[in-house]
Design a protein. Sequence first.
Lengths: 537, 318
Amino acid sequence: MLYFARWKIVLILVVIVAGFLATLPNFIDKETLEKNWPSWLPSQQLVLGLDLQGGAYLLFEVDKQDYQTKQLENLSSEIRRVLRQSPRIGYTGLAAQADSVQVRIRDTDKISEAEGRLAELVNPLQTSLLGGAPVNEFALDVSSVGLARFTFTEDGLDRRISGIVNQSIEVIRNRIDELGTTEPSIQRQGFDRILVEAPGEDDPERLKRLIGETAQLSFHLVDSRMTGEQALQARPPAGSKVLYSADDPPIPYVIESAAMVEGDDLVDAQTGFDQQTNEPLVTFRFNTSGAQKFGLVTQQNVGRPFAIVLDDHVISAPVIREAILGGSGQISGNFTVEGANDLAILLRAGALPARLNVLEERTVGAGLGADSVEAGKIASLVGAAAVVIFMFAVYGLFGLFANLALFVNVALVFGALSFLGATLTLPGIAGIVLTIGMAVDANVLIFERIKEEMRLGRSAINAIDAGFSRALGTILDANITTLIAAVILFYLGSGPIKGFSVTLAIGIVTTVFSAFTFTRFLVAQWVRMRRPSHIPI
Amino acid sequence: MRLLKIIPDTTNIHFMQHRKWTFPFSVILIVGSLALFLVSGLNLGIDFKGGTLIEFTTKDGPADIPEIRNRLDDLNFGDVQVQEFGAPNEVLVRIERQQGDDQAQQRVVALVKEEFGDTVEYQRTEVVGPRVSGELAQAGTIAVIASLMAVLIYIWFRFEWQFALGAIIALMHDVILTIGMFSVLRLDFSLSSIAAILTIVGYSLNDTVVVYDRIRENLRKYKKKPLAELLDLSINQTLSRTTMTSVTTLLALLSLYFLGGEVLRSFTFAMIWGIIVGTYSSIFIAAPVLILLNLRPGKDTESGGLPPVSSEDKAAAA
């Protein structure tokens, strides 16, 4: 136990030096690291969790219900369209329910023809290269009496939601990048959720506003056959609908359901100021096809008002004074500067394919984070000092060995955390402090065992040898069980708890190494130099 | 060289004798904890119950808690808890989960911010919707049960089944008493409390395994020694290690408790409690329970008042 092969000594020293080197960057300021740091040295610093550096953690979920409702609405108008194509097929009772649309074909002779037309609407979804059978978004069921019913297929819906999540992540990334927040992390969680972590962002409201808006922009002609009030009392004319403005109280507008141009055709949006009133506004530019469509419609409808609609709210409804052929325009609507800026960001980043709901939200102010780091530092230092003094008082020279091992251990923990790019959270700091307390346990086991062996009458060197070898099994058993708990915690825990389990697990591994290898190495050197006949333990 | 000695080198305490009162004592505590848990339950935090937590500091002088409570009550959020948090101008507000879906929770923060405006500075806001909290509660329960199972399997693999069962009994003892402590003190039971419980599981197990390891070793060494005596011997042999480790761990945790900041305090408190309970259970529950489990059938006499470990055993060992 006390003999070390040369390669083993080298290996031990290499591990320790590597640990110290990996810890080193944490004591160097960022600027030096970037400019004057030798490239062969590790330069990765510990990543502080949101609870330590402040920031916002938001968990979103795709609003499946909202998506389904919208899809069914579209499907209804498609059904109307295909059945009205000449030769018309008579139908009645076209209605969307919670998760289906049904329609009754009046002409019983034409049921099979109607089925043929409707079958085109099942919306086959692109399958992946190896994806097997194609999947339709809807299942169509036509009964012999002519009742046709579309329902979502489970596979189709799953695939859709999955696509929506991926697309949304892209859109969210674009939007947050525009905010200039440092290194936001946006990732899928589970099947239909998106986790956004934005360090340094302590105004989650703005973040939520930016992400929560689907930002589906469209331009519609205002239907002048009826005023908003009239439409509310009766029914809006076929092909039109009532939407409200975002004013207080909201003003109803009757607009044509079909859009003149949609937000997909936008290529740019910027904030600007009205030259007369100096109010903030948003200017935008269409791509070629958008510019053509917009130009055509405005040319034909000079003098009529049109509505700019964002997420089912009318932002403004200006009158078309002349044909707008250049493909650019502006939106003014009582914006604040921040409001105009946010709208421009939303328009530039594109629309979310579906609404996202916030499920969980946690924000920590930067001040509290800094306080926590400070408190954690002090607590660790004081805790470590107490343990070190205590160990020295109880074990003397051997306590000193254990303390050196503890020092190496802490360096290894920090080194491993920095190297792995692990995130240090507040519970993670607790894990480190706990490791400091428990790290000496392995040494205590060894020392107590050595004492016992001495009492049994063994010689000093014999006792040390036996102490180490007999304690090994116990140390392994005791630490593996704790490691099991830490690993399970890592897999089942979330957020900060994960941080805790990571430090705990790393702490266990480094503890076994530093106690069993490094302390043993120190003791072996001491034995070789002093050839002791008595052990001062 | 040696300045301090907490435990004499050789002790000879008849721990097994004490099981006459430690067993009933622990059973009473366990039954009490379970009863309390069933009757009044845990003071579940927003992680598991859903709701809103807001921590803020008042800008002009110490916070007027009753006034803040009144203003929040006027907003009709239902159950609202307001407490001082660490310093006189720091306030922690907990608002119960609002009726309705996840969106309903989102309005709370906005309304609170509207009410207090710029007079306070927000340190922390957490909003957990009903669905996430349900999932977190489930994951937490699974985590505790899964780790107990995994550990059971490991010990079973390494020791005889009586040890595995004994370790699990000791662990359940610690977990139940910790839950009881949360219940009695009405401490906020959150995700970090689950982490604390799992750490306690790890620590207590560590302790138990060290004692068991020694028992196993002694079982091989002293084939004829009565079990109670052998257990006493094993615990005495590991006593100074048990104490030392408890002390160093407690030193670190106490430093964290007093200096680590308010957010970690209940987490650390639970762990301190767990270390104490865990140490107690390794000595007074995990080891004596092996007698009940008939670890060495037939060879044991059911008695505590045996003569002290004789010198011939020592001679035999040497």
